[in-house]
Design a binder for this molecule. Structure first.
Ligand SMILES: [Zn+2]
Length: 361
């Protein structure tokens, strides 16, 4: 059963805004992905505006921002730039916006420092990343491609501001006479901020809760033994304390009602993925053999890293639950095998079909 409701028929064109709640305007910026947009929000403050998330780096996005500043809201004062998390579509224009308006940046501590690290990583292949790739049975060709790659994360963002104001879970920020409480989700990124206004019943959910896609939850080479799916599921359930009639304003796709239903769907989605992997691991498997269990489409090179990271995240939570064992064999590759005595009695939910491909956000 899917009872999500989408209250807005129209979607804002790039460079325009749409009012969606008292003092809240919705806008979109393009993304160069299959998922072709990010949602950003403008909050009306007493004597200016607060920007929530900023779009990818690049001049195209800056032109759309300028259209918005010159448009119906005629924005000439920005009091704060709030960034939910460190991914490039969210933090990308923070440096440009903070500079332009001499506005302070607001982020959680882990997100700010993660951003400063991520966008400073040099090109080339570290031995730790190479080890991660080899243990997960990446092809020689992919390892060589990674070694030769000139790609750097810093190409996706404007320079990150040199200073920030720390937000933490439970903080209350006053914007336009209303209280917005900071809620933190983990697993998609280290300390992802969401903002909840009880007075108007609005949740700015970022990438934590999105209607029709599941955010990427990945084990990355920088922390190869991480267990981000445990963090993700634990913090996701904390949002169940909010009322069911909360208007959820996410970073992708459309605003919706049906918060509790959506959280249930997300939990079920990941539990099903884990069970499908367990079933596949009745005989020992390597990572490349497990990707088709949860991703039904043939993956291209651009999707493979995210797919691997996401698959490993599910395997690590199974290991943490004592349901799966991992063995580093003489071939230098991890092999996974189920050790769940109750497996025969478990079944996937009726709705389970796996995913087409990993989400790139
Ligand atoms: Zn994200």
């Amino acid at each position: 059963m899917n009872t999500l409701r989408f209250p807005f028929d129209s979607i804002p064109e790039f460079g325009t805004v749409l009012p969606v709640a008292p003092g809240v305007y919705w806008l979109r910026m393009p993304l160069p992905l299959a998922l072709n947009h990010i949602n950003l929000y403008l909050l009306e403050d007493d004597d200016g505006w607060v920007i929530v998330d900023t779009g990818m780096g690049g001049e195209d996005i800056q032109r759309y921002w300028q259209q918005i500043f010159d448009g119906e809201l005629s924005i000439d004062t920005v009091n704060r730039v709030i960034v939910t998390h460190m991914h490039p579509d969210h933090v990308g224009q923070s440096g440009w916006l903070c500079e332009k308006f001499a506005a302070p940046l607001f982020m959680t501590r882990a997100e700010f420092y993660a951003a400063r690290v991520m966008y400073g990583i040099p090109e080339g292949l570290s031995w730790t990343t190479e080890q991660y790739m080899r243990r997960n049975a990446s092809s020689e060709q992919r390892i060589e491609a990674a070694r030769d790659s000139k790609f750097r994360m810093s190409h996706m963002v404007e320079p990150i501001p040199m200073a920030y104001n720390r937000m933490r879970a439970g903080d209350v920020i006053q914007i336009g006479g209303r209280d917005w409480e900071v809620m933190v989700g983990e697993g998609h990124s280290p300390e992802h901020a969401c903002l909840y206004c009880a007075e108007t019943g609005v949740l700015l959910s970022g990438d934590q809760i999105i209607a029709s896609i599941t955010s990427n939850v990945s084990v990355m080479p920088m922390e190869p033994e991480a267990n981000p799916l445990a963090d993700w599921l634990r913090t996701l359930k904390e949002f169940l304390v909010l009322p069911e009639d909360t208007l959820v304003l996410p970073s992708h796709n459309r605003p919706f009602f049906g918060l509790h239903e959506r959280i249930d769907q997300l939990v079920t989605h990941h539990e099903d993925h884990m069970l499908a992997l367990e079933q596949a691991c009745v005989s020992a498997k390597t990572l490349p053999e497990l990707l088709p269990v949860i991703f039904k489409r043939t993956l291209d090179d651009s999707q493979l890293g995210m797919a691997q990271g996401e698959c490993i995240a599910h395997l690590h939570l199974l290991m943490d639950r004592g349901l799966l064992q991992r063995e580093l064999r003489e071939d230098g590759i991890y092999w996974y095998q189920t050790m769940d005595a109750d497996l025969p009695g478990k079944s996937l939910s009726d709705s389970y079909r796996g995913d087409d491909a990993p989400q790139m956000v």
